[in-house]
Design a protein. Structure first.
Length: 363
């Protein structure tokens, strides 16, 4: 019979899986730190999607990274099967004692069986199949009618195993690495920017319904520039984000440093660490700001600020106080990709939130 509380003295290797987007993966980083602090002798590996790997690549508590490439499926059945088999073989060679599965992704149940892992913890799903209900040795509860931050939910998996981490142990961990640090320092010199002498604005998101209108972003940029601020625009190389940045650039009257689409994720983190403040929407760059300890102004629409707010960093949330329907979680009002609760937020409110963090007298 499997004991309810895990004896970590017998756990030599752990596999932690987080098969989600960039921000979700970054918010799982405290899990590795807490595990390593509790079982210093153990080797802790991560399994994530390839594109999210920079969120954990240099994490000091992680021994090995295993990656799933979503493009495998596009290369035909044989190629896909070959890559999956190579991944499974690499995981089997590690002989894990514990699987910590941090999502409802069905791969976790299959992996536990395929790898023969003795202990495994996963979320307790209300819609779970019989297979899921029998696949793991431990299940951690998801909130019922209450709202909790995603970091806390991730750590609940460890609490279920008997680990009660100290409050100050739940910090986000993101290490850009020497190459990214050096590259960004060179960029700042090229633009005559000193550390903490600029405000970073990252207005985009992979989800259009989370974005603030380009016109309002441009108005805020011009207002900050008129107050003597240096503004750095950042954005992903994604076509939709670049189109949004094009719309912002066309409306800005004052000069800005435009790094949209020009930075890797590690370089983005290094840049954010050097900013005196970050302004953006609910997105991975907002969580990067939290990980780097940069004060953040976060604009929230349909997504929940209780679950996704900047974690353990000085910040201000700007959200509608006249839309009782938020957070609805919908992709825009009526599925339109446009969220009234977000698009109606005024420049004045965002500016005031920033000035609470960075008074104009210190600009």
């Amino acid at each position: 019979m499997v004991p309810d509380v895990v004896d970590f003295a017998r756990v030599r290797r752990v596999l932690v899986t987080k098969l989600r987007h960039h921000g979700d993966v970054l918010l799982s980083s405290p899990v590795f730190s807490v595990l390593k602090a509790h079982a210093t002798h153990a080797e802790i590996d991560a399994l994530v999607y390839r594109e999210t790997a920079p969120m954990l690549t240099n994490h000091p508590a992680i021994t090995a990274m295993h990656l799933i490439d979503r493009d495998w499926k596009r290369h035909g059945i044989v190629s896909h099967a070959t890559n999956e088999w190579q991944l499974l073989r690499a995981l089997r060679e590690r002989r894990y004692d514990l699987l910590v599965h941090l999502t409802e992704h069905p791969r976790g149940a299959w992996l536990r069986q395929a790898l023969g892992v003795r202990l495994a913890v996963a979320p307790r799903r209300t819609d779970a199949s019989r297979y899921w209900k029998r696949a793991f040795t431990h299940y951690y509860a998801l909130p019922r009618g209450t709202r909790r931050h995603t970091v806390e939910l991730n750590i609940d998996a460890l609490r279920r195993l008997g680990i009660q981490p100290a409050t100050d142990a739940l910090k986000l961990v993101l290490v850009p690495g020497p190459a990214a640090e050096s590259s960004v320092d060179e960029l700042l010199r090229a633009h005559a920017l000193a550390r903490t002498a600029f405000i970073q604005m990252h207005p985009g998101s992979r989800w259009q319904f989370k974005c603030w209108p380009a016109q309002r972003v441009a108005e805020l940029v011009d207002r900050l520039t008129s107050e003597g601020e240096r503004v750095v625009l950042t954005g992903a190389p994604d076509a939709k984000e670049q189109a949004m940045l094009d719309g912002i650039r066309a409306r800005i009257a004052a000069p800005v440093v435009d790094l949209g689409g020009k930075l890797s994720l590690s370089e983005l983190a290094a840049l954010t660490a050097r900013a005196k403040a970050f302004i953006g929407v609910d997105s991975a760059p907002m969580h990067i700001a939290a990980a780097m300890g940069t004060p953040a102004v976060a604009l929230f629409g349909p997504s929940g600020d209780i679950e996704w707010a900047p974690w353990r960093v000085v910040h201000r949330i700007v959200a509608s106080n006249v839309h009782p329907c938020r957070p609805c979680g919908n992709d825009g009002c009526g599925g339109s990709k446009i969220s009234d609760c977000l698009t109606t937020l005024s420049v004045e409110r965002v500016h005031a939130a920033l000035r609470e963090l960075v008074p104009v007298s210190l600009a």
